[in-house]
Design a protein around this ligand. Structure first.
Ligand code: BG6
Length: 444
């Protein structure tokens, strides 16, 4: 018999603090490095962003009306601890407690990321950011505060959002010291992420034994262009660099030497102190969170070493050149589940567009419905194949600041009308998703 979505499947939606909250210097919050990276020509879109900080009650009410079982958001380190160390900002803690109150009111399970790019700016100014091992301990301190203050009101914690994408593409304030500095230190930064992750996992298990915690990867499947064995090797190589390298490190405490070698010309090697690898290996995550947007195609430029990416002739692309590939999500689920055998949460999946409200005050985002439907159907097939997928959050719940293109690139189920006091306008996809949740995927 075909397996369906389990009855307690966590249907939900996702945002992150710096992309949605706004209020970047309100009620004691300090700036984060991510806040700076979204300011261009003196305009900081994230100063207001989706203004979740002031609208969270209405937003969570709408979320409940959609039938959501879960909500994935992140805690802003500089809102809770403005300097990144030392004094706490009680207004910040109060804000997240209010968010949790609202979620509890509607029986919505919180899934919370501890670090979604917003390192407090003072930690960059004082210590140079994540390249300094001191920041690992400061992060752990921040985690301790969160575990103490919010305890098991939060059922799932995620440690660091997409260390893989951060390392591959940089930005998000990691490059405030300049591109060259980032390239040089990227493996050191990554090693610090892995230790920070492991320490947070252990601390969470110690302080909150009932709570689940795990990493978040941004997985991009890589296909070979042809059956030429060299193309297959090229695809494997790129997949090792952008996927396996991180999964093996964070989940198995193992460095893939082929990838380290590849970096060795441009980057310093990670500084591994005695005990680091045991620490990472022994910190056992409970879940794996995966973000999925697209796949890539690789080919070999005719030597065993050269490899390149090329457009996929079988898929369409988004305006921003990302391959729309629903089967890729099933490929990812198989690959990760049958390698690591752990429950999986999809914490991001979605499509962006440039959107405006129609004259009838509607946003008919049929392409988003198509995208979500086709991806969810593939998730269902993966469940039928035995993958333990326990939840799915689309990206994003609200229109918010895209990390690459600001507010122009909209992902939300809910339109934010920034010209009209940030009015919330549910798009067609919101109502479609509501029906899908109500029927536990039956209407897909
Ligand atoms: C993920 C991030 O990598 O991709 C999100 O976790 C981000 O924060 C999303 O918004 C989409 O990327 P972008 O650049 O289109 O915003």
């Amino acid at each position: 018999m075909k397996k369906e979505f389990p009855e307690n499947f966590l249907w939900g939606s996702s945002i992150s603090a710096y992309q949605a909250e706004g209020a970047i210097t309100e009620d004691g919050k300090a700036l984060s490095v991510a806040d700076l990276s979204t300011c261009k020509n003196g305009i900081c879109q994230n100063a207001v962003s989706s203004d979740f900080y002031h609208h969270y009650k209405d937003d969570i009410k709408l979320l409940a009306e959609m039938g959501a079982k879960t909500f994935r958001f992140s805690l802003s380190w500089p809102r809770i601890m403005p300097q990144g160390e030392g004094e706490l900002n009680f207004k910040g803690i109060e804000f997240y407690n209010h968010v949790l109150d609202e979620l509890e009111k509607y029986h919505i399970t919180p899934i919370v990321t501890l670090f979604h790019y917003d390192l407090p700016l003072p930690l960059f100014e004082k210590y140079g950011g994540w390249k300094n091992r001191k920041v690992v301990d400061l992060f752990l301190n921040f985690c301790k505060v969160c575990f103490q203050e919010f305890g098991d009101r939060i059922h799932y914690y995620l440690t660091i959002n997409e260390p893989d994408i951060l390392l591959m593409y940089g930005g998000h304030g990691l490059d405030l010291g300049g591109e060259e500095d980032f390239q040089k230190h990227k493996l050191i930064i990554n090693h610090h992420f892995a230790i920070a992750h492991a320490k947070a996992v252990n601390l969470c298990h110690e302080m909150l034994p009932k709570v689940k915690i795990g990493p978040v990867f941004g997985y991009v499947p890589v296909y070979p262009r042809t059956s030429n064995p060299l193309d297959m090797m090229a695809a494997n190589k790129i997949s090792d660099i952008q996927n396996s390298f991180f999964q093996e490190l964070f989940l198995n405490g193992f460095y893939m030497e082929n990838v380290l070698n590849m970096y060795s010309r441009k980057s310093e090697m990670p500084i591994i102190i005695k005990g680091d690898m045991e620490l990472i290996k022994n910190a056992k995550s409970d879940i794996i969170a995966l973000n999925y947007y697209k796949s890539d195609v690789a080919y070999s430029s005719n030597t065993d070493q050269g490899y390149q990416l090329i457009a996929n002739q079988y898929t369409k692309q988004t305006k921003w050149g990302w391959d729309i590939d629903s089967i890729g999500i099933r490929y990812m689920l198989h690959d990760v589940y049958y390698r690591y055998h752990m429950p999986i949460l999809i914490t991001e999946n979605g499509i962006a567009e440039i959107e405006e409200i129609g004259s009838d005050s509607l946003v008919e985002d049929l392409y988003r419905i198509d995208f979500l439907r086709s991806h969810l159907l593939e998730c269902k097939k993966a469940i039928d194949d035995g993958v333990e997928l326990i939840g799915y959050c689309n990206w994003s719940y609200l229109d918010l600041i895209s990390t690459s293109h600001g507010f122009e690139k909209r992902y939300g189920l809910i339109y934010i009308d920034e010209k009209n006091n940030n009015k919330r306008i549910p798009k067609s996809s919101y109502f479609w998703y509501k029906d899908i949740i109500k029927t536990n995927g039956g209407k897909l």
